[in-house]
Design a protein around this ligand. Structure first.
Ligand code: E4P
Length: 220
């Protein structure tokens, strides 16, 4: 499973990219709003920081304006994926932009049927929102599992499942087990994936014992 980071914080993205853990980035209008900066500047800088896919979301809700916005966002850099919502206008825009060779990420997906429509519209990615489904007492991971089954049943489908609205390391593990192709993870959750108290405790004990030997591994 690939890792995308879900943020528009350019400094954070550069740091994670330097650590070699990033396969891509997803942003949304809320992330861009938080930066207080023009969307073109932010997306442009992110695209320079990472080689992988960078999702930038349209804010129009009708087909014609989605296409116009999508084209301009896609022109920012070759690795931009245009994000459109799981609505009829969004699916139609997905088809048109995909036919023009643009990569499209269909977002705000909350059901397997929406994922099926996105795949039929030629989406490069479908983004089921795991955390927001869980917030309602539903099972977000189960939706990932359903989509995996549906996509696997039709070999012509090339759409990748991008597990979104990931809130915890457990979500990451369960999404990977359910067959997601990608998980887009907030920076804090991504950093937490490496943490385990037994790792810290074990390292501390090994280093204390090593210190007692007075040895150094490197030759002078
Ligand atoms: C995905 O592309 C979305 O930006 C994101 O995962 C939404 O997450 P949230 O539900 O935590 O806001």
């Amino acid at each position: 499973m690939k890792f995308f980071v879900d943020t528009a914080d350019v400094l954070e993205i550069r740091e994670l990219a330097a650590a070699g853990v990033l396969d891509g980035v997803t942003t949304n209008p809320s992330h861009i709003a938080k930066t207080g900066r023009p969307i073109r500047d932010v997306i442009g800088e992110i695209c320079q920081a990472v080689e992988g896919s960078v999702s930038a979301e349209v804010t129009a809700t009708n087909f014609d304006d989605m296409i116009a916005e999508g084209e301009q966002l896609a022109d920012i850099a070759a690795n931009v994926a245009v994000k459109v919502p799981s609505t009829w206008d969004g699916f139609r825009a997905c088809r048109t932009l995909s036919q023009r060779g643009r990569k499209v990420n269909v977002t705000l997906c909350f059901s397997a049927n929406q994922a099926l429509l996105a795949a039929k519209a030629g989406a490069a990615y479908i983004s089921p929102f795991v955390g927001r489904l869980d917030d309602l007492g539903l099972d977000g991971i189960e939706v990932i599992r359903e989509i995996r089954t549906i996509y696997d049943n039709d070999k012509s489908i090339k759409t990748e499942i991008l597990a979104s609205s990931i809130r915890t390391p457990l979500h990451v593990k369960l999404a990977a087990m359910a067959g997601a192709d990608v998980a887009t993870v907030p920076p804090a959750v991504l950093r937490n994936l490496a943490r385990h108290p037994l790792t810290d405790k074990g390292l501390e004990a090994f280093l204390a014992d090593w210190k007692k030997t007075g040895q150094v591994i490197l030759r002078p």
